[in-house]
Write a protein that binds this ligand. Sequence first.
Ligand code: SF4
Length: 397
Amino acid sequence: MRIGIIDAELLGRDKHRFPNLVCEKISAYWKGKGAKVVLLYDYKELWKYDHVYISKVFTDTPCPQKLYDETWLEKHPKIHIGGTGFYFNKAPNLPDEIEHHMPDYHLYDDWIEDNVRKAEESAKLNGKPFNKNSYMIQFKEYLDYSIGFLTRGCFRKCGFCVNKKYDHVFKHSPLEEFYDPTRKKICMLDDNFLGCPHWKEMLNELISTGKQFKFKQGLDERLLTEEKCEMLFNSKYDGDFTFAFDKIEDYKLINSKLELIAKYKKNKSVKFYVLVGFDSTDAKDIENAFVRIELLLRYGCLPYIMRFQNKNETPWKDSKYRTLYVALARWCNQPSIVKKMSFRQFCEANQALKKTKDGTLCSTMKAMVDFEKEYPEIAKKFFDVRMEEHRKITEER
Ligand code: SF4
């Protein structure tokens, strides 16, 4: 039996670097049955395989149009497609025997080796040095982590989220189902881990492995308590603690949770996703983004701008403030910049790089100047806010 597996993101997104867990589980399942499993690098010659599985996570990942055609798929019953990239929030579940299978953490080994070989050859050809260690960093999620879901589901039903299938958080896989002790770290893909009534026992189990771990999709800060903060911030957490501040209506609640986080975070890095362009793409939306960013900077937390898009629309791109959205994301999403510069300083630095003699404004600077002319009060309040100064004030309290 020959099984072909396609990770659509691997083929459709150049910079994508995260293993597809479904592909890894399907691979392990079929290898367990003695099949020859091949990770495919294109959509050609699929007929060579007894079954081909194509998994796609993001709706905007390019892949052949015929895969969206039910009639075509009916005629090709050995091609199986799945994932939120095809079905958005209606993606069917995997059969239990695959869903609860230990993933094949070696599915991508040959692909990684190929990449290393090509990069080495290209460096040689161009007479450049090749630093394998720094090159390999991009593959760390494939090589260093055990990956899985301890829980599934979420009860919040946010309008912009694909996760609407369930209305509560429940235990999904025991840790041993996907934990490989030979791997350095553990990565959870849970949607709302802290919303599960069993969070404490599972967190204790994670901590007792002695490994570094992270929740890739972030954690729900609205559910933080003293006990949760104490356990999380004293654990061997891997990288930034990630939360989300999506709605301005949560301002008071988030403010109180930031007070709590401040008690425990010490010098640990805390990042918040800041959703923009969902409720609207007007000046109010821009102001709401700045209000949230200001609060986060005040507590020494990093804002990360997420511009809303779904499979059919990317509203911020049609906005009058399109360039401002880009500038905002470029300012916030580079920690070394947002830690040191205000929004105005960032735009001015862009302008300085442009070095125009006739005084033409670069697009970033123009977006800022135009908005400031239109809404001087918003600009006055937020364009000069700096994390460093905020931090001094907070530390002096
Ligand atoms: S809290 Fe997170 S996982 Fe839950 S619905 Fe909202 S965005 Fe989705």
